[in-house]
Design a binder for this molecule. Structure first.
Ligand SMILES: [Zn+2]
Ligand SMILES: [Zn+2]
Length: 116
C-alpha cells in the first residue's frame, strides 16, 4: 500500500471503475498512478491512452515523488534484463523493487521517497 499525499489522490490512484475496466475510458478517472515507476500522470481523455506527467498534486498541491521510470530501466539493465524482450520479475511489476531497495547500487545514494 502506497501513501499518497491526500485522500483525493488516494481515491484517484486506486480508482477501479466497474463500468470502465480501461482507466483511460473512464471519465471519472483523472489521474493514473503507475506503482512500478512511482509516477503520476494526468489522463488525457482523447480516446487514446495518453497521460501527462505531473509534479504536483492537482488537489492538495503537494509535490509528488519523482518518477522512478529511468531507475526502473537502469535496475533491470543492471540485472541483464531487457524489459521489452525478457520477462520482468514480479517485484518489478509494482513498487516492491523500490521498497525492497533493489535499486541499482550506482544510484542508491540518491534520495528515494520512502514509505514510513
Ligand atoms: Zn468509469
Ligand atoms: Zn494531494
Amino acid at each position: 500500500m502506497i501513501d499518497h499525499c491526500c485522500a483525493e489522490m488516494t481515491r484517484q490512484a486506486d480508482l477501479r471503475c466497474q463500468a470502465h475496466p480501461d482507466v483511460f475510458a473512464c471519465p471519472d478517472a483523472m489521474v493514473r498512478f503507475e506503482p512500478k515507476f512511482r509516477e503520476y500522470g494526468l489522463i488525457v481523455h482523447d480516446g487514446g491512452s495518453a497521460s501527462r506527467g505531473i509534479d504536483f498534486c492537482p488537489w492538495c498541491g503537494a509535490r509528488l515523488p519523482e518518477s522512478q521510470r529511468d531507475r526502473w530501466f537502469d535496475a533491470l539493465e543492471a540485472r541483464g534484463i531487457d524489459p521489452w524482450e525478457d520477462d520482468v520479475p514480479p517485484e518489478f511489476e509494482d513498487d516492491r523493487w523500490l521498497r525492497e531497495g533493489l535499486t541499482d547500487p550506482v544510484s542508491a545514494g540518491e534520495d528515494l521517497p520512502r514509505s514510513p
